[in-house]
Design a protein around this ligand. Structure first.
Ligand code: GLP
Length: 256
């Protein structure tokens, strides 16, 4: 894992955009995995500010969706991805995919989505946030570390975290469909972004804790190309924080 600690949301967004735009420019990044939530917004902002026509050619796959919210609901991930990604980055709607939480055959929807990802050759770079439970996508604690896209039940903690987007806690769906941890691990590169003290425990457990389904984000310790982008608050509980800062400040030119 490469842990990068930066001072502002703008720097974090630009750092991730550098990686993405380099991949797009070199032709190695054609399929982008996109995430919802507030964490990745600086990345989308930086991509918007530095937009090139090649960005519009990206194929995109979202991580997850609530089960039981109509697409028209402003907090459905279909609607969030349409607003924050498809429209703002000028992508073709037919190239942006979100698991269908309203599918008539929900049991098969995960397999259908996996096949769709496979049909374009897999995800080149997956953007991730992390939940306070340590979830990535919506893979809550005790998710199989090799899971594929499937229906999951949300924890009370995650529903409380996301209640800020709904009139009340009762309105937050109880189920979701999410790419599995195995699906996320198949992405050729991952960039996880986290800000704020409320993420500090989850980040410390994911980066330095034991590999455990109790912190699903810890599976990224097994990924060969994972960048963890943090602000100082999200990094504040890392034991090796000075080491990560030193490594980053002294990174070789080829890694800049
Ligand atoms: C949501 C999403 C995750 C996201 C996480 C953190 O529930 N399913 O993909 O990373 O929770 O959200 P935020 O970035 O708003 O803190």
């Amino acid at each position: 894992m490469r842990v990068v600690i930066l001072d502002s949301a703008e720097e974090m967004g630009n750092f991730a955009a550098d990686i993405i735009l380099r991949g797009v420019g070199e032709g190695s990044l054609k399929v982008l995995g996109v995430a919802t939530g507030s964490s990745p917004l600086p990345i989308y902002q930086a991509l918007r500010d530095r937009w090139t026509p090649a960005v519009a050619n990206l194929e995109a796959f979202a991580l997850d969706e609530y089960v039981g919210l109509p697409y028209s609901h402003p907090q459905s991930y279909h609607a969030v991805i349409a607003r924050e990604v498809t429209e703002s980055l000028g992508l073709g709607a037919h190239k942006v995919h979100v698991p269908d939480g309203g599918a008539s055959d929900l049991a098969n929807e995960g397999r259908r989505y996996e096949a769709q990802i496979a049909s374009v050759g897999g995800i080149d770079l997956q953007i991730l946030g992390i939940g306070s439970t340590g979830h990535i996508g919506f893979n809550e604690p005790t998710s199989s570390l090799t899971s594929r896209t499937r229906i999951k039940t949300l924890t009370t903690e995650t529903r409380q975290d996301n209640a800020r987007f709904f009139p009340s806690l009762d309105d937050v769906p109880r189920h979701c469909i999410t790419q599995g941890l195995g699906t996320i691990m198949d992405a050729r590169q991952v960039v996880l972004i986290a800000q704020g003290e409320s993420k500090a425990d989850a980040v410390a457990n994911a980066v330095e804790g034991p590999l455990s389904s109790m912190c699903p984000g810890s599976i990224l310790q097994m990924h060969q190309n994972a960048t963890i982008l943090l602000d100082s608050e999200a990094a504040s509980k890392l034991k090796l924080i000075d080491y990560y800062r030193f490594v980053f400040a002294n990174r070789p030119a080829w890694q800049q």
